[in-house]
Structures are given as C-alpha cells and as structure tokens.
Design a protein around this ligand. Structure first.
Ligand SMILES: Cc1cc2nc3c(=O)[nH]c(=O)nc-3n(C[C@H](O)[C@H](O)[C@H](O)COP(=O)(O)OP(=O)(O)OC[C@H]3O[C@@H](n4cnc5c(N)ncnc54)[C@H](O)[C@@H]3O)c2cc1C
Length: 535
C-alpha cells in the first residue's frame, strides 16, 4: 500500500507533539484545487488525486499542431469555460495562501462581453460599461431601457442580500450556529427577499418586453444548468455578476488558471497525483463506547487497489457519481440510489474545437448566434430531452484578444450548442457526428463563416457522453445539478455529509453551485468545515 505523501499507508503525521491531520481530496477540478490550497495553507497535510493526466477538471485544454505548419505555435483551445466572472474570488484564493493573483495571471476585461446576432440581422453587443450597454438596449427597444435598469438593480440587491450568506457560506454554517436570534430571523427572511419563490422568466417578462432582450436574459439561467421558465428569480443575480463585475479573459487561455492553481497548491505543500483514480471511499464504523455506531471515512482505495488512509476525504468528484459509485450503499441512507435519481441533472452541451485556416474578422471574442425560436432550443434541452433542430450557437474566438492561441492567420474556434443531459435516449455515437455537421453547416451557410467546412485543419468534438466519461460528470451535465427548483437551486447535497463523519463535498453539484467562481467558493466553504471539525 502507498501513501501519497511518502509515508506508507499513513493517516495523520506525528510531528513532535503536533498531530498533522491528513486530508485526501478526490479530483483536481477547480473546487478541489481551491479546497486543497486553503487546507494546505492552513497547515494540513493534503493529498489530491486526479484520475486524468492533468488537473483542472472541466477547465481543460486541447492543443493541436497545424498539420501543414508543424513548426508554428499550435492551436490552443479551452475546452470548457471560456469566460471568467467574479475574478475577485480567485484573488481571495491567492490571498488566502499568502500570495497575489496578479503576480501569476494577467486578467483582461472584455468589451463587448459577447456579441449576439439573430437571423433577421439584429445585433446586440453585451457591453461592459453601463452607458454603452444601455445604448445597445435602446437600439433594440428604447422602451425597455428603464426595465433593464430596474432588473439590474434587482440583481444587485439580490447579490447584496445573498452573496455573503449563501455563496460564501453553506446553509449549515448560517443556520447551524453562531447566528444571533435576530440574525437567524433575518437570514430566514432572505430567501423571500431574493426571489426564491418567484419565477425567473416571469420576472424578466415583467421588466422587459422585447423578445430579443428577453432571450438575452434567458441565457443566464442556462449558466446554472436551469430552464429560465422553471428557475427561481434569484438567478437575476447572474447577469449582475457578469455586467456588474465584468466578463474576463485570462492571457494565455483560461487553462492558465488551472496551471497556476496547481503550482500554488504545490507551493502550499499539497501532493498532487494525476492519473490516479479513486475506486472507493473507505467508511468505518466507530462503535467504541457509543450506543450507535458512527460511520466515518478512513481514506480511499485507488483503482489499482492501493489504499490511502486519511482523517478526512474531500470529494470534488461529482456528488451524484461519488455517492453512487464510490460509497457502498449500506453507508448511505440519506442519499440512496432512489434519492439520487430524483436529483435533476443540469443541461449539457455539444462542443467543437475547430482549428481554421484563415480568419473571420466579423467575430468578436464571444459570439452568440441566436436561433429563430430560442424557446424551442430550451424545450429540447429541458423538456423533450432531444437534440435541438435550431440551437443557439456559441462561438469563442479567443485570438481576438490573444493571438498566441492559434498559428498566424488562423482561428481557434470553440463552438458550443445545447444538448440534454444523458438519459439513455440518445445514441451520441450516431448523434454526435450528425449534430457536428448540423452546427458547421449552420455557421457556414446561415451565419456567414464562409467556406468553414473546407477551412478546418484540426478538429475535435465533445458530446455529453464525453463529458461524463472524461470527468465522471453525472449525466454529462455541464454545471452539475440543475437549478430548476428551489430544492436543487438552494438545497443541493450539502458540503459536509450528515451520515459519514469526515466526508466533505466541493464542486458544481454541491453548494453553492456550478461555474468557476462558485466551485472555488465551495472549496473555501469545505476548508472551513474541515478546520471546524479537525482543528
Ligand atoms: C463546455 C463548458 C463550458 C463552460 N463554460 C463556463 C464558463 O464560461 N464560465 C464558468 O465559470 N464556468 C463554465 N463552465 C462550468 C465550469 O467548467 C464548471 O462549473 C467547473 O469547472 C466545475 O468544477 P468542479 O470543481 O465542480 O470540478 P470538475 O471540473 O467537475 O472536476 C472534477 C474532477 O474530479 C475528477 N474525478 C472524478 N472522479 C474521480 C475519481 N474517481 N478519482 C479521481 N478523480 C476523479 C475528474 O476527472 C475531474 O478532474 C463550463 C463547463 C463546460 C463543460
């Protein structure tokens, strides 16, 4: 048997009088890295095991050499996130480890954040500054400017009321202890005040009348894996996070975040093992002296049978996958398979990485090509669970901001269109290539990327099945559990397991949700819970 940190099969280390507790993190996604860095900085001995050959999870990278120009710099694609929001969360993460983000990463604020185009030729630039943004809104619907302002104010208010409470803390930290009766009462009132019981689309409709502006807003619900028609109005905070704090690019590509977090973790003493998959979380019953035998984690067994013992296990692997596949069902009454079946997976997507000879100057860094009927796209993803006939197509051309991402006079197009989470009804081995052709045809013939098919020199595609297989993402979901109901939006499986002591969760399927900044915050929350429990 092997210990990740050198000592054979060790749990805690005895360093003189002090016992250094050993924390095992499963998965090197951004949530796992964030937890590991904070725990390492707190003085815990931390081992992170990642099944893939590099860390980052869905924040991943694909590089490919131009076949005709092997000596040129390669095409570089961020294969997951392409837009960073709430960058201060990452500044706080570096600061928690005693360092400064700006010493390691160069962030660039994008303007426009995204360019929208509709089939009738209408365009909308989601501008960064509020005056410029209001001018864009006035271009489409002057009558909606005031409504947009009111909705933006509502998003800001939701942020002010809820960010510290619900994004920076877990519900149990808020309601568990430490709140005065008055504080608890005001925390209980917050869900009503932040629109938890109102509907997102209806709230949008009350403020905006132009269908195209409504569609722009609908998009934001999908960023948390939810349908705008089912999600709570609280999600109005998402456009606030983007317009209020800006949409950002990281020089060198977003994968630079994972690279620098990995280095930071190692500087904090975290041992990182890649190509190392966990097969089982070990659970032991501790009935010494107690009437009821308490279950607690003892470490993990790796795929190759080796055991790493630890005082606590932090699972950054998807929560549903972790319960179902890594924990023996006899240890989980609360999250038995039937309960897990009821947790609705968020939406998924079809991704294409297209290395193109030549350039399309009409593209902005982020582009949204809107379909004739956006509602039918949403229906396909969230109701009929089919591949949409006419989806919104997102195209990222990061060479607009950073020419190092492709060989000279070439484009690295990252294309994303919606797809339902896996439920066994779509054979992606057949649908994947068909959907790929559909998207390339639409970009070429409807959206003016002339000669696209012939200009592709390197290419890779990623279906929901690939998302599931690559990251153990439940149902291939992009953001983990969807936010279609109050339960899934606010009462996700908790960061600290209630049945098995020493077991914690961070990442998109637990609190506070998916997306880079939120999963990084889940790492912060988990590090605090571990510290609370283990000292
Ligand atoms: C196409 C796409 C576009 C996106 N766009 C954006 C965007 O623009 N902005 C944004 O903020 N967010 C975006 N997201 C969402 C964002 O990528 C995720 O919310 C976030 O990266 C998830 O992080 P996580 O901590 O939940 O871990 P994950 O990324 O899910 O990583 C979990 C890790 O655990 C590992 N693992 C799983 N099982 C095991 C095991 N048994 N043993 C060892 N390791 C294991 C996996 O290999 C993986 O590395 C996008 C996602 C996708 C897929």
């Amino acid at each position: 048997m092997r210990s990740a940190s050198g000592g054979l099969n060790a749990g805690s280390d005895n360093a003189g009088e002090n016992i250094v507790k050993h924390i095992l993190v499963i998965g090197g996604g951004i949530g796992g890295l964030s937890a590991a860095i904070r725990l390492g900085a707190d003085g815990f001995r931390v081992t992170l095991v990642e099944k893939n050959s590099r860390v980052g999870g869905k924040l991943n990278l694909w590089e490919a050499v131009h076949p005709g120009r092997p000596l040129d710099r390669p095409f570089r694609f961020d294969t997951g996130p392409s837009l960073l929001t709430m960058p201060f969360v990452f500044e706080e993460l570096f600061a928690a480890a005693g360092e400064t983000l700006a010493d390691h990463l160069t962030l660039q604020r994008l303007d426009p954040i995204a360019r929208y185009r509709w089939p009738d030729g209408t365009t909308f630039e989601a501008r960064s500054g509020s005056d410029a943004l209001l001018k864009e809104i006035a271009k489409i619907a002057p009558g909606d400017v005031e409504g947009w302002k009111r909705l933006a104010a509502r998003g800001k208010r939701i942020w002010e009321l809820s960010a510290e409470l619900f994004l920076y803390h877990s519900p149990e930290q808020i309601f568990g202890k430490g709140l005065s009766p008055a504080g608890a009462l005001s925390a209980i009132a917050v869900p009503i005040r932040i629109g938890m019981f109102a509907n997102f689309a209806r709230t949008v409709h009350r403020h905006l009348h132009h269908p195209k502006l409504r569609e722009v807003l609908y998009q934001y619900a999908t960023y948390s894996g939810a349908s705008p028609f089912k999600a709570p109005a609280t999600l109005a905070v998402i456009p606030h996070a983007e317009f209020g704090f800006g949409g950002w690019y990281v020089q060198g590509g977003l994968y630079r975040i994972a690279e620098e977090l990995e280095k930071l973790a190692r500087r904090k003493g975290v041992e990182i093992q890649t190509g190392c998959a966990v097969r089982e979380i070990l659970v032991e019953r501790d009935d010494r002296g107690g009437k009821i035998a308490k279950a607690r984690t003892a470490g993990v067994t790796l795929e190759d049978g080796e055991v790493i013992r630890a005082d606590a296990v932090v699972a950054n692997s998807d929560v549903v996958y972790t319960y179902r596949k890594l924990i023996d069902s006899k240890h989980r009454k609360r999250y038995d398979d039937r309960t897990l079946d009821k947790l609705e997976a968020g939406g998924s997507g079809m991704m294409l990485m297209l290395g193109i000879e030549g350039e399309y100057p009409q593209l902005a860094h982020h582009n949204k090509f809107m379909p004739r009927d956006y509602r039918s796209d949403l229906r396909a993803m969230f109701e009929t669970r089919t591949v949409p006939d006419d989806p919104c197509i997102y195209v990222c051309a990061s060479t607009r901001t950073d020419p190092t991402q492709a060989p000279a006079c070439c484009e690295n197009l990252f294309v994303l269109a919606s797809a339902p989470p896996l439920d066994g009804s779509i054979d992606w081995k057949i649908e994947g290539p068909r959907y790929r052709d559909q998207l390339v045809r639409a970009l070429e013939h409807r959206w003016g990327l002339t000669g696209l098919a012939k200009r592709i020199v390197v290419e890779r595609s990623f279906t929901p099945l690939d998302l599931q297989n690559s990251y153990n993402a439940n149902a291939g979901s992009i953001y983990g559990i969807g936010s279609n109901s109050r339960r899934t939006a606010f009462l996700r499986p908790p960061n600290r397991d209630k049945e098995i002591r020493g077991l914690y969760f961070c990442g998109g399927a637990t609190h506070p949700g998916g997306g880079l900044p939120l999963v990084a915050l889940s790492g912060k929350i988990v590090s605090e819970l571990v510290r609370e429990d283990l000292g």
